[in-house]
Design a protein around this ligand. Structure first.
Ligand code: UD1
Length: 358
């Protein structure tokens, strides 16, 4: 390893789930004396998130990898090839010690370019079954770290290591006082949080809006709708919407009793960390490879969650799942308190550097 250079190239994008770990690593790597840089797409969510961190951001051309045959695939092949050339130039100029990829389409050209330039590549996979981007990237990786132990068997050509989730432990610092101030709610009724994944969920949003009067009979409801999805036509003192929350998430979680959520890996492990019983509504096979269905079933099996399939979502099913959770609340939170297998970003930053120094 070149001891003169202290740059670490991070990549990953498309949804927050493919960026959050990178964001958490930035202050830790900086504290350790390394210089994090980022390669992302020109307009993806990773660009907005990285703008807040003020680290150097390099954008490359990026295409989508589809699992179905489409004319767009042909156009995107050129974009991916252009992305590899863009990434090669950046890697040549910056000469980082290593590339760390959190997955998503934009990461593939970066990993291919790193392999061509002999830059060591490390990958993290958060879901039970790997995404297409990580499956391709893993073939060029020095190591793949996985959130779930079961995932290690999915990577046959790569060195794999079970790590557990890397979580932002600041979520444990939420204060109920702040949560009540932000929502104007009180301790008089239970609080239900609805979280549609980092981009929000149209289906879940519409369902909540349709049934908000019924839900607020028993609960005060915090609804994270996803960017630009606020419904201004609803006015109900026991209902509050936020399109996206950053630092305040911990305070809102502190006052929430039960969370209804999509089953993106980061979100569900964060809910486990803060011990919030959850009802998971995974993204269906019509819109994904089914990774959220597997994540949700895994959490159900562990006793942390109830699951409602998107096509079976109706108010009666939701009511019965809510009562099931309320009846077993202390058992569920006890089980959650036994979960110890999370990594702090600081520990993972150290592990990454250690790996690259071997
Ligand atoms: C549509 C899609 O492709 N979803 C994938 C994406 O989900 P998605 O991008 O939704 O990722 P996750 O659910 O894993 O994480 C969402 C993150 O956003 C944060 N958050 C969310 C709302 C908010 O207002 N504020 C906030 O900070 C959560 O705390 C969490 O850290 O990546 C996950 C991890 O690979 C996959 O399991 C999902 O299948």
């Amino acid at each position: 390893m070149d001891s003169e250079n202290n740059k670490i190239m991070l990549t990953g994008g498309g949804t927050v789930g493919h960026v959050m770990l990178n964001k958490m690593l930035i202050p830790e790597l900086s504290n350790m004396g390394y210089q994090p840089h980022y390669i992302g797409s020109k307009n993806g969510i990773e660009k907005d998130i990285m703008e807040e961190t003020q680290i150097p951001y390099h954008s490359i051309s990026s295409g989508k990898l589809r699992r179905y045959i489409s004319l767009e695939n042909f156009k995107d092949i050129f974009k991916v090839v252009k992305g590899v050339l863009d990434a090669k130039k950046i890697l040549k100029k910056e000469a980082p010690l290593l590339v760390f990829s959190k997955g998503g389409f934009v990461s593939v050209p970066v990993v291919l370019a790193a392999a061509a330039r002999d830059v060591p590549v490390y990958i993290h996979e958060s879901d039970l079954t790997p995404g297409l981007a990580n499956r391709i990237a893993s073939k060029f990786a020095n190591k793949v770290f996985c959130t779930f132990e079961e995932t290690t068997s999915s990577f046959t050509d790569a060195k794999v290591s079970y790590l557990g989730p890397v979580l932002r432990t600041d979520l444990l610092q939420g204060q109920t006082e702040e949560g009540f101030k932000l929502t104007l709610f009180s301790a008089k009724k239970q609080v239900l949080m609805i979280m549609g994944g980092s981009l929000g969920s149209k289906k879940i949003n519409e369902f909540i809006w349709e049934h908000i009067d019924t839900l607020t009979e028993h609960y005060q409801v915090i609804h994270l709708t996803g960017k630009d999805n606020i419904n201004k036509d609803i006015s109900n003192p026991d209902y509050i919407q936020f399109d996206y929350v950053n630092e305040d998430l911990k305070h809102l979680l502190a006052i929430s009793d039960i969370v209804i959520s999509r089953s993106g890996s980061n979100a569900i492990f964060e809910l486990l960390l803060v011990k919030k019983p959850m009802i998971l509504i995974p993204l269906g096979l019509d819109q994904s490879r089914g990774d959220q269905i597997q994540n949700a079933e895994h959490f159900k099996k562990e006793g942390y969650a109830e699951v409602i399939k998107e096509e079976e979502l109706d108010i009666n099913t939701l009511r019965s799942q809510l009562s099931k959770i309320e009846d077993n609340y202390s058992d569920i939170t006890y089980k959650m308190s036994q979960f110890k297998n999370a990594f702090e970003p600081k520990e993972f930053a150290r592990k990454l550097i250690e790996e690259a120094s071997k």
